[in-house]
Design a protein around this ligand. Structure first.
Ligand code: SAH
Length: 222
């Protein structure tokens, strides 16, 4: 099937899943900005050759080192929940393939992204250079600590499931900022949470949807 057709089919599937889950997520429609970003970023450029035939399927795919590129519907939903504006600075924990970071880069001013597995960070860095994403900065390390040098962030997105929200990430979220993070036990029940920090600095947490993510590595006891 031609790539354009495959992308259109993927967008249709994401939109139908939005309608199906609207009662839980509060999002009835894929926002036009996120839709445009999804149609521009070619997922086949982010997956290994062995699974390239499934690149536009609406499910997660293996990217090596036991990790996965998230399901496109989840990428869309998490991005939508951040309600980004063009001037925002975003922190992502869990670069993986770099696909989510690439989507974010079209919707904000600057993306900082941290990947735990050094080899994945190295290949994502090369990919960003080759594809020309000038507003994504990546480093390898433990995202539990965030990236204090560039804080505070308008938005933070975590793409691995933590047992609790890392304190440093809450601290590095701007007043008025939003964070999406899957929270729960490894390979067990996990809930996608939307966290916001209000003008008084208080934290509000909303459960959005049950999800399955790979585990957050290197959690520290605070
Ligand atoms: N956003 C990615 C999804 C990758 S899966 C994409 O679009 O492809 C989650 C990733 O989180 C994995 O690559 C895993 O290695 C990484 N990860 C897990 N714990 C981490 C941590 N503490 N800091 C940074 N990255 C982490």
């Amino acid at each position: 099937m031609a790539k354009r057709k495959e992308i259109q089919q993927l967008l249709d599937e994401i939109e139908s899943e939005y309608r199906f889950t609207r009662g839980m997520t509060g999002k009835a429609m894929l926002s036009p900005m996120v839709k445009q970003a999804l149609s521009k970023i070619q997922r086949d450029k982010f997956v290994p050759h062995s699974v390239v035939d499934s690149a536009f399927a609406n499910h997660p795919l293996p990217i090596g080192h036991g990790q996965t590129i998230s399901q496109p519907y989840i990428v869309a939903l998490m991005t939508d929940l951040l309600e980004l504006t063009a001037d925002d600075v975003v922190l992502e924990i869990g670069t993986g393939s770099g696909y989510q970071a690439a989507i974010l880069s079209l919707l904000c001013r600057q993306v900082y992204t941290i990947e735990y597995v050094e080899e994945l960070a190295d290949s994502a860095k090369l990919r960003f250079e080759r594809l020309g994403y000038g507003n994504i900065e990546i480093k390898s390390g433990n995202g539990f600590d965030g990236w204090p040098e560039h804080a505070p962030y308008d938005a933070i997105i975590v793409t691995a499931a933590a047992t609790q929200v890392p304190g440093p990430l809450l601290e590095q979220l701007k007043i008025g900022g939003r964070m999406v993070i899957p929270v729960g036990r490894q390979y067990s029940h996990q809930e996608l949470q939307l966290i916001s920090k209000n003008q008084q600095g208080d934290i509000d947490i909303k459960d959005i949807l049950s999800v399955v993510f790979v585990p957050f590595q290197g959690e520290r006891n605070e």
